[in-house]
Design a protein around this ligand. Structure first.
Ligand SMILES: *Cc1c(COP(=O)(O)O)cnc(C)c1O
Length: 457
């Protein structure tokens, strides 16, 4: 078989993007403004700068500047693990017997094991530049906390991580990687913060959620001098930093004259998906090209497919700004049977607005099916994928099998966001046949929707 397209499409170092792309600049209807949780009015730069460092607050609110220069210091850090390869999944295609061409952009080539490092280094850099002592954050499955610990260690910043309790217990190795990089890791909800104590009293024995951990981390940031809060997903600034994934993907595809037909990403808070699709959606918005874009979410936490598009709190403790997004309600706590990642109740305001405009479609998948896809992928492509990433693998396989039926050859591109080495408890459950798929009932969701804030603008 003649293979004109290599297994791995590598970019040269100098082909790595020099700017991030802000897709909001090209959206005619912009994502809704975030609101101050106390006044329920659009938040000002000054107010936001109390929570985030100044440059990040500015990026968060800027929906008109299309390109932001990536500072040299950040590019130098990126050089340690970027550009990341775009791989043609020849082996998977052969296994499936599909005429489709499958490509994946692999972001697991760094110690944190995921794309999160792309934003962690940016956020730590701007905090350091502002002269701060440290940052606080939450982590769910642990990848964000690990990425931030690495970035903070590199820049000599203090790093305090509130880790969702079930992950803290299920993933001791992630916790220890963070501590090795010098971070302080606290299981959430903890008894250290007012909001943590309140949540513990209200839901005794809770295994925690990202929403709780966020509230704790924000409280810790605003109550310590010289600290700010950072967040690894959901925010528009994070999507901006993650646009490097999509920009590199597009450069690699263009190099070989490949036009993507379908672009697939897993969606927790929407950052890898948003970053991957940004330049492609930019083309769609300008009428230059058309793509089918699929966001894949877990059936146990289905914010796009079953949520409502409304203003909601980003955290359980209601201390963060409100965002208009597809949400299951900030009081929704996903079942503990769902393994790690993609547990967030809402979705990035950018992805939400693109979904509402019909530029992005969404699908939900059950975790047993996801792990079957993960296993198949690992066997033929050699990479043990993260469970989160495997949501995208599952739908890429489904789409490739559809092509087998119709005989159509499509170019399918998906984001392989990370590796699953620290997810062996979940893989063990799968291997033992003990994985369950808990899908919330309409009644449960209705209860959570009823608690959505009433916002009139
Ligand atoms: C955090 C994470 C995700 C989900 O987060 P998004 O913000 O939706 O991208 C997906 N895959 C991996 C490996 C992650 O670490």
């Amino acid at each position: 078989m003649k293979k004109e397209i290599p297994y791995k499409i590598y970019l040269e170092e100098q082909e790595m993007p020099k700017q991030w792309y802000n897709v909001r600049a090209d959206m005619k209807k912009k994502p809704a403004r975030i609101l101050n949780p106390e006044t329920l009015k659009p938040i000002t730069l000054e107010e936001l700068s109390g929570i985030f460092c100044e440059e990040l607050a500015r990026q968060e609110l800027d929906d008109t500047t299309a390109y932001f220069d990536i500072p040299d210091e950040i590019r130098n850090f990126y050089r340690m693990y970027r550009p990341s390869p775009l791989t043609r999944a020849y082996c998977l295609e052969e296994k499936l017997g599909t005429p489709a061409h499958i490509y994946y952009k692999f972001e697991g080539n760094n110690t944190s094991g995921s794309h999160k490092l792309n934003s962690a280094i940016a956020q730590a850099y701007y905090a350091k530049k502002q002269g701060l002592k440290g940052v606080t954050t939450e982590t769910g499955a642990g990848q964000w906390g690990t990425a931030l610990s690495m970035a903070c260690a590199y820049l000599d910043l203090d790093c305090q991580v509130y880790m969702v309790k079930c992950s803290y217990e299920q993933k001791p190795f992630r916790r220890e990687v963070m501590r090795t990089y010098g971070a302080r890791v606290t299981p959430s909800p903890s008894m250290d913060t007012e909001v943590g104590r309140k949540i513990n009293a209200e839901f005794p024995g809770t295994s925690g959620s990202l929403g709780c951990a966020i509230s704790e981390a924000v409280e810790a940031a605003v109550s310590q001098e010289g600290y700010r809060y950072v967040l690894g997903s959901v925010l528009t600034q994070v999507l901006l930093h993650q646009s490097i994934i999509g920009l590199e993907t597009k450069t690699a595809l263009d190099k070989y004259g490949i036009k993507a037909d379908t672009i697939i990403g897993c969606a927790g808070g929407g950052s890898n998906l948003g970053g991957l699709i940004s330049p492609f959606v930019g083309q769609m918005l300008k009428g230059e090209a058309d793509y089918e874009i699929i966001a894949v979410e877990p059936a146990s936490c289905p914010s796009l497919t079953r949520g409502v598009y409304a203003y909601d709190f980003c955290d359980t403790g209601k201390v963060c700004p409100l965002a208009k997004m597809y949400t299951l309600g900030s009081s929704f706590i996903p079942s503990a049977s769902h393994s790690g990642g993609l547990r967030y109740h809402g979705m990035s305001s950018v992805v939400s607005e693109l979904y509402d405009q019909g530029l992005v479609t969404a699908r939900s998948v059950e975790q047993t099916e996801v792990f079957k896809a993960a296993q198949m992928f690992a066997k033929v492509e050699g990479i043990l994928p993260a469970p989160e990433s495997s949501h995208a693998i599952k739908v890429a396989i489904d789409e490739a099998l559809k092509c087998k039926e119709t005989g159509e050859s499509r170019n399918i591109v998906f984001g392989l966001t990370g590796t699953g080495y620290f997810d062996m408890v979940a893989y063990q459950k799968f291997n033992d046949g003990q994985m369950s798929d808990y899908i919330p009932t309409d009644e449960e969701l209705a209860k959570s929707f009823a608690k959505l804030p009433k916002v009139e603008l």
